[in-house]
Design a protein around this ligand. Structure first.
Ligand SMILES: [Zn+2]
Length: 344
């Protein structure tokens, strides 16, 4: 399909996004976004986890049809796409994944179903070399699969955005100026976020600049901002840690006198609560690594909002002050409403 020809003819139909309310188990109204029809002429892009979908959305804005695959609030590490996802992958021009072994079943499905011309972009694999792979408790070197959460370092998220920009420009050169403009705006926002995070981390007493989390997603963040990940509770097979491992973690929290330990929204677990109780640390269970805050359409429902909210939770819990980020704008950088599909 020649996008430029179709766009030039002016056959642009805005996709209708149907927002319906449904009752979630807690009784709160939760929006369900159904797939809008693809506007003729728009480049079609599929992406996996929500932080990556948000980065792609910031660059592609309203000029691409963007559909996320991994529903928010699910374990992306063990996620297996439903058979219906094969149709999205077969019907798209660009498939964006984190890579670094995070989305193997989706990558396999893409290989089996995609159009031969469809580009598969593995952002993590293209952003760092093997020497920069981080290994830890949940992602041990013995398995030769690195910690894949590169986006917790905003500068690596910027590298993701750059790779996406390059691919969008290559596939859809008629919108190159638009994609470049969005990239430049996103870059400015990332630099502001990076400076803000550096400033708020400095407010944490040096001895408290340590993280013990349930889900092990902070390796690249810690490396960039001079923090130490002293451990994680979740084993590499995403089961629960053994009694011995729990005892070891309790000893570590006591030894380092950590004020708080952190759980994750996606992985409710009693284990970290036990560790907190036994060690005297506070249990903070609201960190997020790949489900965005709020609902689609909210300004904070974005990669930038994810990082901002994590800082607002993490920094005070370690004895610091997140005030330097109070004015940070987490909304998307392009004009117009979000039209990306975030499966819930
Ligand atoms: Zn994760």
């Amino acid at each position: 399909m020649n996008y430029m020809t179709i766009i030039a003819r002016g056959v642009l139909i805005l996709p209708a996004i149907l927002l319906m309310s449904a009752l979630a188990c807690g009784g709160d109204p939760t929006p369900i976004v159904t797939s809008p029809p693809v506007a003729p002429g728009l480049l079609r892009v599929a992406s996996t986890v929500s932080p990556i979908t948000s980065i792609v959305e910031n660059i592609g804005g309203t000029r691409i049809h963007l559909e996320g695959i991994v529903p928010e609030g699910t374990n992306s590490h063990t996620f297996k796409p439903a058979p219906s996802v094969a149709r999205i992958l077969a019907d798209t021009d660009l498939i964006v994944l984190n890579g670094l072994f995070l989305e193997e079943p989706t990558l396999e499905m893409a290989g089996a179903n995609k159009n031969p011309d469809t580009v598969v972009l593995l952002l993590g694999d293209r952003s760092i070399s093997r020497e920069d792979w981080q290994f830890d408790f949940s992602f041990p070197e013995s398995q030769n699969r690195p910690n894949p959460h590169l986006w917790t370092d905003p500068m690596l998220a910027l590298r993701y955005a750059e790779l996406v920009r390059d691919e969008l420009v290559r596939l859809d050169p008629s919108n190159a100026e638009y994609y470049n403009g969005n990239f430049n705006a996103f870059q400015a926002r990332i630099i502001e976020l990076d400076r803000g995070i550096r400033a708020v981390v400095q407010t944490i007493p040096i001895d408290n600049r340590k993280l013990l989390t349930y889900h092990d997603s902070w390796a690249y963040f810690a490396k960039r901002y001079g923090m130490t990940v002293i451990g994680a509770a979740q084993p590499s097979d995403f089961s629960e840690p053994s009694a011995q491992e729990v005892a070891h973690l309790i000893d570590q929290v006591k030894e380092f006198d950590l004020p708080s330990v952190f759980g994750s929204e996606v992985f409710p677990s009693d284990v970290l609560e036990t560790i907190a109780r036994e060690s005297g640390a506070k249990f903070v269970d609201q960190l997020r690594d790949d489900d965005l805050p709020g609902n689609p359409g909210d300004p904070r429902h974005s990669y930038l909002g994810l990082m901002l909210q994590n800082m607002e939770i993490m920094i005070p819990a370690l004895g610091g002050d997140a005030e330097a980020l109070a004015q940070f704008d987490p909304s998307h950088v392009f004009e117009g409403d979000s039209r990306a599909i975030y499966p819930q």
